[in-house]
Design a protein around this ligand. Structure first.
Ligand SMILES: C[S@@+](CC[C@H](N)C(=O)[O-])C[C@H]1O[C@@H](n2cnc3c(N)ncnc32)[C@H](O)[C@@H]1O
Length: 218
């Protein structure tokens, strides 16, 4: 067995360990995702070449950390801001086929790849928007994102885009994946909670990556 397939199998086992109720279709989609990105990345580069062989650890599981912290109820509306090649939105959309995802990015070629991946996976619960998030109207229960902007800029962009109907254990809000030391950046947000990804997954996949939860103001 070639190393890539071996690594894929190991990580799929890892995904199933954390999300044991996956259907056969979801497992198939998680298998397909690696090949779809590998193919599309050769045409349009949306994932760094270094990361493409580690798509499960660096992108898929990383995105799913959001679900570890905050499982989404059916029919939840979720906006992924600056989705790039589709992260964290696409892995979450596989995990939650009954939720409604809107993936937005200002760069057209990235949205093109995302659309191709959505079609390849036959995801029915995702729509994409090629625009700056500031121009998006509508309200969402949760806003997810990874590595897009500093929190003050980000919160300014998404102001007014969070709905007030709270159905989840955690209040509606922002779930933001980020690396580095966030102490200074998050100082103005007394209600922000920071989680280490190693804690959420209880292993050492993620080094210093963090997940920030910032609930909507009451
Ligand atoms: C570093 S990439 C991260 C992509 C993806 N979230 C990931 O983690 O793989 C940042 C992305 O945010 C997008 N972006 C930056 N500002 C934006 C804005 N105001 N509205 C929509 N997308 C934006 C960029 O086009 C880029 O694709």
């Amino acid at each position: 067995m070639d190393f890539r397939i071996f690594a894929q199998k190991i990580t799929l086992v890892e995904i199933q360990k954390h999300f044991p109720d996956l259907s056969d279709r979801q497992i198939e989609q998680f298998i397909q995702i690696a090949d779809l990105y590998k193919d599309w990345n050769q045409k349009i580069n949306v994932v760094s070449r270094k990361d493409i062989d580690e798509i499960y650890t660096r992108h898929v599981l990383h995105s799913l950390a959001i679900a570890k912290l905050n499982p989404f109820l059916p029919e939840t509306t979720i906006l992924d801001v600056g989705t790039g090649g589709g992260f964290p939105g696409i892995p979450l959309a596989i995990l939650y086929p009954e939720c409604h995802f809107t993936l937005v990015d200002s760069i057209g070629k990235k949205i093109k790849v995302v659309n191709e991946v959505i079609e390849g996976l036959q995801l029915q619960n995702v729509k994409t928007v090629n625009d700056r998030v500031e121009n998006i109207t509508g309200q969402y229960e949760f806003i997810v994102s990874r590595a897009v902007a500093a929190m003050p800029t980000f919160t300014h962009w998404v102001k007014g885009k969070m709905s007030s109907n709270s159905r989840h254990e955690r209040r509606n809000g922002i779930l933001y994946l980020k690396g580095g030391d966030l102490t200074e950046e998050l100082a103005p947000y007394s209600n922000a909670e920071i989680f280490n990804l190693e804690e959420l997954f209880s292993d050492s996949f993620f080094e210093t990556k963090k997940l920030v939860y910032l609930p909507r103001k009451k």
